[in-house]
Design a protein around this ligand. Structure first.
Ligand code: NDP
Length: 293
């Protein structure tokens, strides 16, 4: 029997509705959560992400501001922009869109954002809080979204073998930190695989929960999946497709057709993890406003 689909779009709508209710409650205390996104340069993909974040922020009843800096902006200019946002009481969440131009030291920018406004969860203080299981920090939106998908789909995580493919600071590592906690929606036995892992399939085949974030189109095939496993595909890859109007289509890091014959539940691409990332960004922003009040 083909796997049940985990409908990320529907679950993300549920979360966005919860955030909108929270924003309404904050409005009664005269608090309007504000998210400011800083976009440096004119990378077209980044511009699309920033537009959709702005639209979703407004739809949730929050204030959305986008600051555009030229691709030639200096480190000092960007740092002073972040400093101004750190000091502005109407700004509760700050998001500096990545990637940044070459002349900018990304690590220094990430460290400059006040941890209390770091709704991306990339500041070392928030990274540390996630690792030690302190819940008042911010967890990066994509792994937090994956955990919500598991919880809201009724997946048993306690004691489960959870195998994560990928160890980036944005997805794989924070995912590991979340799933290993002695907490609801976690308490799994976690294995993290990467490009130096020997015999990847031997690990993926042990997984009750397989989370793939490798950035390699259709790398995980059905025969690498344990029958009945839950498969979360974080990957978003463009591949050429002459039959599509745009000339390309989006695929995940998992080969959906072969995987769905083996898995018990699976996320599609698009419509799986993708919509969750924005939903969790909105939730983080509403919480930042509440905590800063
Ligand atoms: P990175 O490129 O930063 O990290 C990829 C990770 O996968 C690395 O740790 C790498 O190992 C590992 N890897 C690559 N090839 C293999 C392999 N053959 N076997 C085992 N491990 C491998 O990517 P991100 O984490 O930023 O993103 C991963 C994917 O998720 C991408 O497709 C991206 O587009 C997507 N994404 C989707 C989001 C969403 O909203 N749905 C948000 C963020 C990302 P090593 O460290 O050794 O190089």
């Amino acid at each position: 029997m083909p796997a049940e689909l985990i409908d990320g779009a529907a679950i993300a709508r549920e979360i966005r509705a919860e955030v909108a209710r929270e924003v309404h409650r904050l409005a009664q205390r005269r608090i309007v959560p504000g998210l400011t996104v800083v976009l440096v340069g004119d990378d077209p993909a980044s511009a699309v992400y920033v537009r959709s974040k702005g639209k979703a922020t407004e739809e949730a009843g929050m204030r959305s501001v986008t600051i555009r800096l030229p691709a030639t902006a200096s480190q000092a200019e960007l740092l002073s922009c972040v400093d101004a946002l750190n000091a502005d009481p109407s700004v509760h969440g700050i998001l500096v869109q990545m990637p940044l131009p070459k002349q900018i030291d990304t690590v220094a920018i990430v460290r400059r954002v006040r941890p209390e406004k770091d709704v991306d969860g990339f500041h070392p203080v928030n990274v540390g809080k996630n690792l030690i299981g302190e819940r008042d920090g911010f967890v990066p939106c994509t792994p937090a979204g994956v955990q919500e998908l598991l919880v809201r789909s009724g997946v048993q995580t306690r004691g489960a073998e959870c195998v994560i493919v990928g160890r980036s600071n944005i997805v794989g590592k924070p995912m590991m930190a979340l799933m290993v906690q002695n907490a609801a929606g976690a308490n799994a036995t976690v294995t993290v695989c990467h490009s130096a892992t020997r015999d990847l399939a031997a690990h993926t085949r042990r997984a009750d929960i397989l989370i793939v974030a490798a950035g390699r189109p259709r790398m995980v095939m059905g025969d690498m999946i344990r029958p009945g496993a839950v498969v979360i595909d974080v990957g978003i890859n463009r591949i050429d497709d002459a039959s599509a109007k745009s000339g390309y289509r989006l695929v995940g890091d998992v080969d959906f057709e072969s995987a769905r014959e083996v898995a018990s539940k699976i996320t599609p691409v698009p419509g799986g993890v993708g919509p969750m990332t924005i939903a969790l960004l909105l939730r983080n922003t509403a919480r930042a406003a509440e905590q800063l009040a």
